[in-house]
Design a protein around this ligand. Structure first.
Ligand SMILES: Nc1ncnc2c1ncn2[C@@H]1O[C@H](COP(=O)(O)OS(=O)(=O)O)[C@@H](OP(=O)(O)O)[C@H]1O
Length: 280
């Protein structure tokens, strides 16, 4: 099994780092990461949390007389809203942040994706869809760019699996994930965005909260996102009506890859049994 990165920190060091960073501000966490973590990138879909982190990194870079110290990785699934892909370019231009955009293998448009992998794959096999549009392109980006660590936009208050997040985590590949805004609420993030004039997705002003692919993103019910309800409803518009709450990017990479390859092998065997000549 190949690991992505040689470990920069032992598990004991990670525990100590998390103790040391407990209660620190996002800017303090980012400063720590810039001083101590090698091969650092920011993975972002330009959600509000990632945009706040981007603005903070830009300001810290300026204080250090650098242009922008953390390049961006955007996984373009080919099914994002146009507002999101426009924002990716605008944010990269505004902050002079190098932007690395990765699309699914052998596909650069929805029609080429559908020709390669079939129509509406997100309805027929959502795990394979997640693997093809996010998990595999992310791994390709990490390998090609030499990424050893990523800043993410996940926060505890987004709930579900995220409630138990740590400031610094090391995944099963050895990839370090730094979650600088982990302790902030949606309200704190939005207040920062407004105060610092950070560009954000215009769909937010139409009632959207968490924005992913157009086919699996809806406006959450306003009662779910009311302030009395905390952040509970922030991601309620994602995969509405389904149990799903994560896109695969933050799940176990090796499990996702194995499951995808297993399904692929089975599909090829069925096709071959039916006399279809399939290229593997
Ligand atoms: N398409 C894409 N490209 C690069 N990075 C991405 C992508 N989707 C998710 N992320 C990373 O995961 C953070 C949380 O995203 P979401 O809350 O939208 O959830 S999900 O990952 O889509 O399930 C998200 O936080 P933001 O930076 O606030 O967007 C990123 O760190």
């Amino acid at each position: 099994m190949t690991t992505l990165a040689s470990p920069q920190f032992s598990p004991e060091e990670i525990d100590q780092i998390n103790r040391d960073l407990a209660g620190k501000t996002p800017q303090e966490i980012l400063n720590w990461a810039l001083d101590n973590v090698k091969g650092l990138y920011q993975t972002t879909a330009f959600g509000l949390t990632g945009l706040a982190a981007l603005d903070m990194i830009s300001k810290i870079s300026l204080e250090r007389n650098e242009i922008h110290m953390v390049p961006l990785i955007f996984l373009d699934t080919l099914y994002h809203f146009k507002e999101t892909t426009d924002l990716a370019q605008l944010a990269s231009d505004t902050y002079l942040a190098p932007l690395h955009t990765y699309t699914p293998q052998n596909a650069s448009s929805p029609s080429s994706f559908e020709a390669e992998y079939g129509p509406r794959l997100w309805e027929t096999d959502e795990d394979s869809y997640d693997y093809l549009v996010k998990v595999e392109p992310a791994q390709r980006a990490y390998e090609e760019l030499g990424v050893k660590a990523v800043v993410t936009g996940r926060r505890k208050s987004q709930g579900e699996e995220r409630a138990g997040l740590k400031v610094v985590e090391v995944d099963e590949r050895g990839l370090i994930k730094v979650n600088p805004l982990i302790e902030w609420s949606f309200g704190q993030v939005k207040e920062y965005i407004d105060k610092e004039n950070v560009p954000y997705n215009p769909l937010l002003d139409q009632g959207y909260r968490s924005i992913g692919d157009w086919h699996s993103t809806a406006k959450p019910d306003p009662s779910a996102t009311s302030s009395s309800n905390g952040d509970a409803g922030e991601r309620a518009g994602r995969w509405q009506g389904k149990k799903k709450s994560e896109c695969g990017l933050h799940k176990d990479y090796f499990q996702m890859k194995r499951a995808f390859e297993e399904k692929r092998r089975e599909a090829v065997e069925v096709a071959q049994d039916n006399g279809v000549d399939v290229q593997v």
